[in-house]
Design a protein around this ligand. Structure first.
Ligand code: CA
Length: 269
């Protein structure tokens, strides 16, 4: 008769999961952002969503392109972290699809060293990319930087007048760019880069200043990234990198947008 089957000291640390007091569980932080993480690798999604949660983001995970598109119907998304390699397709296709009717900030997660991937991503409208492997900290920093730029950044440079140099016209107020009258689709960062260069047309803008103003000082792999953006920008402006009309390289220093009289051609008037 085992009357005393009570496992006396059954490792008394029965983890009491704290029940959150109702009031605080639903503590809605104003400005809490929702990030959609599109990635099939659990080894990435698990720690990353933990980190994002810790940093005050709400996270949704989609493991396939299909899921991502289904979830993207959610109007509350503030940013999408989008892996290129998905089991049922390419993150690029998801990006293109999203861009059809959404300007939600998109950060692509790309494989190390694949420059083509990065350029393609930026060309189809991604706002930024992060190269694998990355730390959660880096991702959070990038997310913050992109959100800062895309949300608060109706950059109050004071100058809302359109800038026109050669065939390129940039309208800061409408954040639009055209080349010989044809609209040019730029990512946000490309636009900021172009605006900075055009506002300083004729003068070399040092790389450090570009990185500071267009990106964020918290950013690591900047240097290379800047080059990727410049090359993408040149492509969109039909600029020949070997002998550019608009975006000139000042080797080791920075970049210079052509001055007005440089591109107007002989005389001009
Ligand atoms: Ca993947």
């Amino acid at each position: 008769m085992a009357t005393t089957t009570t496992p006396a000291t059954a490792v008394a640390t029965t983890e009491r999961i704290e029940e959150p007091a109702l009031g605080q569980a639903v503590l809605m932080q104003p400005g809490r952002r929702t990030v959609l993480l599109v990635e099939d690798e659990e080894s990435i999604t698990a720690p990353l969503s933990d980190a994002l949660t810790r940093e005050g983001f709400d996270t949704e995970v989609a493991r396939t392109a299909g899921e991502a598109l289904a979830l993207s119907g959610n109007a509350r998304l503030d940013l999408v972290l989008l892996d290129v390699m998905l089991p049922d397709g390419s993150g690029f296709d998801v990006c293109r699809e999203l861009r059809r009717n959404s300007r939600v900030p998109i950060i692509m997660l790309t494989a190390r060293g694949d420059e083509t991937d990065r350029i393609v991503g930026l060309e189809i409208g991604a706002d930024d990319y992060i190269v694998k492997p990355f730390s959660a900290r880096e991702v959070v920093a990038r997310i913050r930087a992109v959100l800062r730029r895309t949300e608060g950044s109706d950059r109050t440079d004071g100058s809302d007048d359109a800038i026109e140099i050669g065939a390129v016209r940039l309208d800061p107020a409408r954040r639009s760019v055209s080349l010989a009258g044809e609209a040019v689709e730029l990512s946000r960062k490309e636009f900021d880069l172009l605006q900075l260069l055009m506002a300083n047309a004729g003068a070399v803008v040092p790389r450090e200043r570009i990185i500071e103003e267009v990106w964020d000082t918290t950013w690591f792999g900047q240097t290379k990234t800047l080059d990727v953006h410049v090359s993408s920008l040149r492509k969109k402006l039909a600029d020949d990198p070997a002998s550019p009309t608009y975006v000139h390289t000042a080797r080791g220093v920075g970049f210079r947008f052509a001055a007005r009289d440089e591109v107007v051609g002989e005389g001009g008037r």
